[in-house]
Design a protein around this ligand. Structure first.
Ligand code: SAM
Length: 238
């Protein structure tokens, strides 16, 4: 891939990096994002972290091909274990599930010292990330939702600050954790498409659940799905 032509998804992540940052891109795969950010002068330096050997080798190859070895270090390791406290001031994690991203942040908490911005792009379950941010003194400061090649992606930016600031009163809280406090205000086309599809899937799951043997766990899941459907339908019809 030519790093001048980054995917719209990764470019949206890159454009949220404050100019002059020292970044760590965790789960970097081919290191396209750090190569782009450094080449464009957005990031001053970067660490590309990878847990798997194949993607780690691809990242090394890409950094070498771009002649960026002096500015981008490629490291093999799990989550934030590839960085030292104070080494970077911005972390990007893209293209994984929200629950995995939240686990990486939770397990590497002590490495977040000196980090001022997190840019996170979950493929599913952005809610897990919003909950983690809220519980860990990070303020969600921006959200974007984009569509590329028929898929919808959410990009969440968080800074040190006041975690509750983006959330409305307690009543609207759960709804905003699911849908995104910024995204549910904007309700752009990608947002509407994503949540209409999710709702249709949940309704399908619910009707299959009716045919299954009833249990407490099943009833809890049903109640959760019905709540989510109600939240989504309320927001889409407002
Ligand atoms: C689907 S790729 C996304 C690559 C790139 N960030 C992007 O958005 O295009 C996910 C990458 O994350 C890596 N990964 C998964 N869990 C990880 C972890 N705990 N620490 C570091 N890398 C991880 C995988 O090996 C894989 O290369």
């Amino acid at each position: 891939m030519n790093i001048e032509q980054l995917s719209k998804r990764l470019e949206t992540v890159a454009l949220s990096i404050p100019t002059g940052s020292k970044i760590a891109d965790i789960g970097s795969d081919h290191a396209y994002l750090p190569c782009f950010a450094v080449k464009k002068g957005i990031a001053e330096s970067a660490i590309a972290g990878e847990v798997a050997e194949g993607p780690f080798l691809s990242a090394e190859k890409q950094v070498k091909a771009a002649c960026l070895e002096d500015k981008i270090k490629v490291r093999l390791g799990n989550g934030l274990e590839v960085i030292s406290p104070g080494e970077v001031d911005c972390i990007t994690i893209a293209g994984m599930g929200g629950a995995l991203i939240a686990t990486i942040l939770e397990d590497g908490k002590e490495k977040l010292q000196g980090v001022r911005r997190l840019i996170l792009q979950p493929n599913v379950s952005a809610k897990s990330i919003r909950v983690w941010l809220l519980q860990n003194e990070w303020e969600l400061t921006n959200e974007e939702i984009i569509e590329e090649d028929g898929k919808v992606y959410e990009i969440l930016t968080a800074d040190r600050g006041e975690p509750l600031r983006p959330y409305p009163g307690v009543e609207g809280h759960q709804k905003a954790l699911l849908l995104g406090p910024f995204l549910m205000q904007q309700k752009n086309e990608a947002f509407q498409r994503k949540w209409r599809q999710e709702c249709a899937q949940w309704k399908n799951i619910l009707s299959n659940m009716e045919k299954a043997e009833q249990s407490e766990a099943l009833n809890e899941r049903k109640a959760e799905l019905m709540n989510n459907i109600q939240f989504v339908e309320e927001v889409l019809s407002e």
